[in-house]
Design a protein around this ligand. Sequence first.
Ligand code: CTP
Length: 233
Amino acid sequence: PENIVSFIENDIVKGLPLFNKKVLITAGPTYEAIDPVRFIGNHSSGKMGFEIAKKAASLGAQVYLVTGPSYQTVSHSLIKRIDVVSAEEMYKEVHNYFSSVDIAILSAAVADYKPKNVATNKIKKSSNSMSIELVKTQDILASLGSIKEQQFLVGFALETNNELENAQGKLQRKNFDFIVLNSLRDKGAGFNHDTNKVTILNKAGKTKQFELKSKVAVATDIVEELKTLLNKK
Ligand code: CTP
C-alpha cells in the first residue's frame, strides 16, 4: 500500500505549480549563548515560516526549512527540516543549500547581536550589576543578496515606525526581490500571534496591503505573490 500511495503522490506532484522548484526557508528565533544555561533570544514562534513551508510543499516544491528553536511541527515528504540554535549555525546551513535552490524566503528572527565571549561555566552572581559585551552576528539575508544569481530572494521586516520607508531601504540595500513588512503597531501582527497583517513591497516599487488574517492565509498570499512574480521572470 505504501508503494501505491507514494506512486500516486509522485504522479500528482508533477502537475503542481511549484513542481521542480527548490525553496529554502528560515524560521523561528535564534538563541545566542551567554553561558551553558543562559541565552539571548526573542519571542518568535516560527509559525509564519512553517506555514510558508507547508504551503510551498503543498504546491509541489521541495522545501529546506532551516529553523531556530521552535515548538512548531511539520510532517511532509517534500519538507526537509534542519534544526539550528544560533545565528552562526543558521548562516552555515543556509549557505549549504543556497546555491542549489530557486527561491529563498528568510522569515527567521535572527539575533542581530551575540555575546562576544561565551562563559564555559555557569556565571555566578556576585556584584549588583553586570554587563555582557555583544558583537554583531552575520546578516544572513544580506550575505545571500550579495552572492545571489538566478535565485529569487524574499526578506521580512518587522518595524515599529517609518515602516514603508525602512522596508524599502532594506529591500534595496540587501538586494531582495520582495519584502514582507509587518508593523508592530498593527494589533494581531508579528510575533506570537496566530494572525498577521502584512504589506508586500517589490523591487519595482509596488506595494500591496493585506488585511489581518490567519498566518495560514498570509502564507498563501506570500506564495501566490511569489508565483506571479516567478511567472513574469
Ligand atoms: N536577517 C538575517 N540575518 C540577520 C538579521 C536579519 O537574515 N543577522 C533577516 C531576517 O530574517 C529578515 C530580514 O533580515 O528577513 C530583516 O531583518 P531585520 O532585523 O528587520 O533587519 P535589519 O536589517 O537587521 O534592520 P534593523 O536595524 O531594523 O534590525
